[in-house]
Design a protein around this ligand. Structure first.
Ligand SMILES: O=C(O)c1cc(C(=O)O)c2c(n1)C(=O)C(=O)c1cc(C(=O)O)[nH]c1-2
Length: 229
């Protein structure tokens, strides 16, 4: 039997997942302390591209499963933000510019020659989750973005300070996400709190967010392992 639960404790349970966010991963700690080699930065950028290029497919899966027109109207923006439109090239293109700024060619990023198996598996698991789980759970799994802005701000400052060999023009992606992530995650939080009313639904939303923390953590584990120095 499910019972109604209060929204505040639900939101607190979601926010508590911040403790499992990948800002605490040793690879990110080293990145933000300026301790990564050029090879490690390039490995991270090339591998994270697989996440970036798959985000719109994940969001399209959510759209496909969502019967609510109001939610779809807002959610579709995420796809445009990443894929871009004429005159605004979008996040995937911005990530390719980041790749060039760290000394990679577009070709070597696009052809996945640097992609390590663990990153592929983790990203693919996120897409399969979005395709196969109820759409509200997939929305909940995007809520890691509640925790992203602090990490993005720290990363921007670290890149400018510790990695002067990176062309600052390549950092546009992170600047855009500083505005997009809070906007997107506020909307996702509203959707999740409106649609998860029972304790069971709320527990499944928290589990979805926990799963996503595991996806992000696994991506960094795989990158860390592939680029020891
Ligand atoms: O670099 C990061 O630390 C980071 C984290 C996350 C996140 O927390 O899920 C996203 C992004 N970046 C990002 O760039 C992005 O476009 C994005 C979309 C999503 C999502 O789940 O829909 N998360 C994230």
């Amino acid at each position: 039997m499910t019972t109604l639960a209060d929204t505040d404790s639900f939101v607190s349970a979601l926010r508590a997942q911040a403790q499992r966010y990948h800002d605490r991963h040793p690879f990110h700690l080293r990145m933000n302390a300026g301790r990564l080699s050029r090879r490690q930065v390039r490995g991270w950028v090339a591998n994270r591209f697989y996440y970036q290029e798959n985000i719109p497919r994940k969001d399209a899966a959510i759209l496909a499963n969502c019967p609510n027109r109001e939610v779809r109207r807002r959610w579709i923006r995420r796809i445009v933000d990443h894929d871009g439109t004429a005159g605004d090239e979008g996040g995937i293109e911005a990530w390719l510019r980041l790749a060039e700024a760290v000394g990679l060619t577009r070709e070597e990023v696009l052809d996945q020659r640097h992609l390590v198996p663990g990153v592929r598996f983790a990203v693919d698991a996120y897409i399969v989750f979005a395709r196969t789980r109820p759409w509200v759970e997939a929305v909940a799994s995007s809520l890691t973005e509640l925790f992203a802005p602090d990490l993005m701000a720290e990363r921007l400052a670290a890149f400018e300070r510790y990695y002067p060999w990176i062309d600052p023009g390549g950092l546009t992606y992170f600047r855009s996400r500083l505005a997009q992530a809070p906007r997107d995650s506020e909307h996702a939080l509203r959707v999740v709190t409106e649609h998860c009313r029972s304790r069971d639904e709320q527990a499944r939303a928290v589990a979805a967010l926990s799963f996503k923390c595991d996806v992000l953590w696994s991506i960094l584990d795989a990158i860390d392992h592939a680029y020891p120095d």
